[in-house]
Design a protein around this ligand. Structure first.
Ligand SMILES: [Mg+2]
Length: 244
């Protein structure tokens, strides 16, 4: 059996990022960004390629700041602009695509009775819409996995304790009803690997393994100082590493 399966066997919890890990969302983000700009009088057709190169790895406030700088406009009140961008993302959900190999991977984890949690920095509504795409690809059955989204680590003020901050993992342990124990987190960007690092630093032991899937960026683009325990060329490879 693969080292990955052996590790999964002893894991209490397996966390998954959503955007870019289970659902391809660069097209959706391009549409949402184009509409966000249009609403503010900026006529720019944003492409998926542009998203990947410029804003994919940024959180929403960072994205808005970059857009303002790049296209020379003012997006308006920060909180209102944040909500507006988030609403455009929700509206563009239909442009998301389930990443090949993901349904099979989740089927296997379910058969192995593993506790899975979705951990994302997106809003609950956006995350639920994305999860629905995955459920549809799996035959329409409801995935009753705990979800940790923006609202779970955000009090409405300016402090959003999202990844790479450790807090979402603590909430995931809580929602899954397990003690902080051996776990994994699967993600597609450097921030996801930094997140695992901060979880381990927070608990003072290596509880969580960092699993990187090269769905969006190559592993070679990651900061070498951030540990990666398992990496996969794509989700099909992860599926293959799991027991049939
Ligand atoms: Mg992602």
């Amino acid at each position: 059996m693969s080292d990955f399966q052996n590790y999964i066997d002893v894991c209490e919890l397996i966390g998954f990022d959503i955007d870019g890990t289970v659902i391809r969302t660069d097209e959706k983000q391009a549409v949402a960004t184009t509409n966000f700009l249009a609403e503010r009088g900026v006529k720019k057709q944003i492409t998926a390629r542009w998203v990947k190169k410029n804003i994919y790895h940024l959180n929403i406030p960072q994205r808005i700041a970059l857009l303002e700088k790049k296209f020379g406009f003012w997006a308006g009140d920060k909180e209102k602009a944040f909500r507006s961008y988030e609403n455009h993302l929700i509206d563009a959900t239909r442009y998301g695509k389930v990443i090949p190999g993901t349904p099979e991977t989740f089927e296997k984890l379910k058969r192995q009775s593993k506790t899975v949690a979705f951990i994302t920095s997106a809003s609950t509504e956006e995350a639920q819409k994305n999860i629905k795409l995955l459920e549809d690809a799996m035959g329409g059955e409801r995935l009753k996995f705990p979800l940790v989204a923006l609202e779970d680590v955000y009090d409405g003020g300016s402090r959003r304790e999202t990844k790479p901050y450790w807090k979402p993992m603590a909430v995931a342990y809580e929602k899954a009803g397990c003690e902080p124990g051996l776990s994994s987190y699967v993600g597609d960007i450097e921030k996801d690997m930094q997140f695992v690092n901060s979880v381990n630093n927070h608990y003072g032991r290596r509880l969580c393994a960092a699993c990187f899937v090269e769905n969006t960026y190559r592993r070679s683009s990651l900061d070498k100082s951030i540990p990666v325990d398992f990496y996969f060329r794509n989700m099909q490879k992860m599926n293959k590493a799991l027991r049939a």
